[in-house]
Design a binder for this molecule. Structure first.
Ligand SMILES: Cc1cc2nc3c(=O)[nH]c(=O)nc-3n(C[C@H](O)[C@H](O)[C@H](O)COP(=O)(O)OP(=O)(O)OC[C@H]3O[C@@H](n4cnc5c(N)ncnc54)[C@H](O)[C@@H]3O)c2cc1C
Length: 402
C-alpha cells in the first residue's frame, strides 16, 4: 500500500460515521442557520467534510476511497442531516448518483480526475432536468452532434443541485437522433471548459446554500472519452445508479425528520403551560409517539434496502421508490408536527424547526416526484415483484410467523 493511501473501512455499519467528530457536527449545526439565511455555499465546511474521508468513501481504495457500503453511507447521511440538510446532500452526491456513475462507468483517467476532485471537497452534479423535460425526462433535447469534425454539446439544464459550484457535471444528453430513452447517453462535463455557462442561482424554499442552478451548453466540445454511457444505454445505466441517490435522499429526509422529533421532545419537556410541561399532556405525548413511529419506520426500511445490496450500489428500484415516497411524505408530516408542538416559536424563522420544515419539503419533487415514483411502483407490481428474494427470506426465517 502506498503512503497516504486509504484502507477499506471495516464492515461495521457505523464505522464510517465515526470519522466525523461530535465537535465538527456541532460546529456545522451552529453554522447551518447562517448558510440558510444568507443562501451561501458552505465551501469551508464541505472541505472539512472531505477531510474526514466521508466524501468519496464508496470509491475503491485505488480511487482514494474506503470501499464503504451503501448502508455505511446512509448512516453518515442520517447523522449529518440532523445537523445540516445541505451537507447531508453533499454526502449523497459525492458517494452515490453522479459520483457512482463516474466511478463505475468512467475510464481510469476520468475516475482519477473526479475522485481527486471529490476528495478535495468538490461535489459532482447530475444534470437530467430541462425546462421542457421534467418528469418526462426521456423527452430531453440537450444533444451531442458532430460539427466541423468535432462532437459538440448544446442545450439547457435546470434545477441542477450544485450548479454553478460543482466542477464536474454528469449530463444526460441525446447522443443519437433516436426518440425517447433510445437516443440518450451520458457525458462527463467540466466546469472549467469553454462552452458552458450558468444562470443566476434561484432562491429556493429550503436547502438554501446548496444552489439548484441552470446550465447552458453552447458548442461545448466533447471528447469520445467523455462519454460515460452510449446512446440507448445512458438511461438504463444512469437510472440504475440513480436509485442509490434516491435512497440517500430518502435518508436525508429521515435525518431531518429525526432532528425535528428530537427538538420537539426536548421542547415539550421544558415548556410549561397550565403549571406542567407540555409533554405531561397525553395528547402531546401521542403526537410525539406518532412522530417517532413514522421516523423509526422510515429509518428501518431504508437500512433494510441498503443491507439487501451488500457491497453493491444499485438497490432495487421499486424498494427505493417505496422508501423515498414514504420518507419524503413522512418528513413533511413530522416537521409540520414539530412546528405545531413549538407553537409560535415553531413558526419563528429564527427558531430551530422552521428551517427543518422548509428543508424537508423538496423530497417529494427532487430526484423524481412522488407521482412518478408511484407510477414506477404501480407499473412493476405483480407476482414477479412479490415473489422476489424477500419472500424467500420470510420462508427461510423460522421465527417469522407466530
Ligand atoms: C431541490 C431540487 C433539487 C433538484 N436537483 C436536481 C438535480 O440535481 N438534477 C436534475 O436533473 N434535476 C434536479 N431537480 C429537478 C427535479 O428532478 C424535477 O423538478 C422533477 O423531476 C419534476 O420535474 P418538473 O419540476 O419539471 O415538474 P413537472 O414534470 O412539470 O411536473 C409538475 C407536477 O405534475 C406532476 N406530473 C407530471 N406528469 C405527471 C403524470 N403523468 N401523472 C401524474 N402527475 C404528473 C409531477 O409529479 C409534479 O407534481 C431538482 C428539483 C428540486 C426541487
Amino acid at each position: 500500500m502506498l503512503a497516504g493511501e486509504r484502507q477499506p473501512i471495516s464492515p461495521d455499519p457505523h464505522d464510517l460515521v465515526r470519522l466525523i467528530s461530535r465537535e465538527q457536527l456541532e460546529t456545522w449545526a451552529t453554522e447551518a442557520p447562517v448558510w440558510d439565511r444568507d443562501n451561501t455555499y458552505p465551501a469551508r465546511a464541505i472541505q472539512e467534510l472531505a477531510g474526514t474521508g466521508v466524501m468519496g468513501a464508496t470509491f475503491c481504495v485505488e480511487d482514494g476511497g474506503r470501499c464503504a457500503t451503501l448502508r455505511q453511507v446512509l448512516e453518515v447521511i442520517r447523522v449529518v442531516a440532523h445537523h445540516s440538510g445541505i451537507l447531508a446532500r453533499v454526502v449523497v452526491d459525492s458517494n452515490l448518483g453522479p459520483a457512482a456513475l463516474v466511478i463505475t462507468q468512467g475510464q481510469l483517467a476520468q475516475r482519477k480526475e473526479v475522485s481527486a476532485s471529490v476528495h478535495a471537497g468538490n461535489k459532482p452534479a447530475i444534470a437530467i432536468t430541462e425546462p421542457m423535460a421534467g418528469s418526462a425526462a426521456t423527452e430531453l433535447t440537450t444533444s451531442v452532434t458532430e460539427r466541423g469534425g468535432r462532437l459538440v454539446l448544446n442545450g439547457e439544464k435546470c434545477w441542477i443541485t450544485g450548479a454553478p459550484v460543482s466542477q464536474h457535471y454528469v449530463v444526460f444528453a441525446r447522443l443519437a437522433p433516436r426518440p425517447g430513452y433510445k437516443g440518450i447517453g451520458i457525458v462527463l462535463v467540466r466546469k472549467d471548459r469553454r462552452g458552458i455557462a450558468f444562470g443566476p442561482v434561484p432562491r429556493m424554499m429550503g436547502m438554501r446554500g446548496l444552489p439548484e442552478g441552470s446550465i447552458c451548453f453552447r458548442d461545448y466540445v466533447v471528447g469520445s472519452e467523455d462519454i460515460l454511457a452510449p446512446a440507448g444505454e445512458g438511461f438504463r445505466i444512469g437510472m440504475s445508479l440513480y436509485n442509490s441517490q434516491r435512497l440517500g435522499a430518502a435518508m436525508v429526509a429521515t435525518g431531518i425528520a429525526e432532528a425535528a422529533l428530537h427538538h420537539a421532545v426536548t421542547y415539550t419537556k421544558q415548556r410549561h403551560q397550565f403549571g406542567r410541561p407540555l409533554a405531561a399532556n397525553q395528547g402531546v405525548r401521542w403526537m410525539l409517539a406518532d412522530m417517532a413511529i413514522q421516523v423509526d419506520h422510515a429509518l428501518t426500511y431504508l437500512r433494510a434496502v441498503a443491507d439487501e445490496v451488500g457491497t453493491g450500489l444499485a438497490p432495487d428500484r421499486v424498494r427505493v421508490a417505496i422508501g423515498k415516497i414514504n420518507a419524503a411524505e413522512m418528513a413533511i408530516r413530522v416537521t409540520n408536527a414539530a412546528i405545531q408542538l413549538f407553537g409560535a416559536r415553531g413558526y419563528d424563522g429564527d427558531g430551530p424547526v422552521e428551517r427543518l420544515c422548509r428543508d424537508a419539503r423538496m423530497f417529494t419533487i427532487g430526484g423524481g416526484t412522488t407521482e412518478m415514483l408511484r407510477e414506477l411502483i404501480g407499473k412493476n407490481l405483480g407476482p414477479p415483484v412479490i415473489l422476489d428474494t424477500r419472500a424467500k427470506q420470510v420462508t427461510d426465517s423460522p421465527g417469522s410467523s407466530r
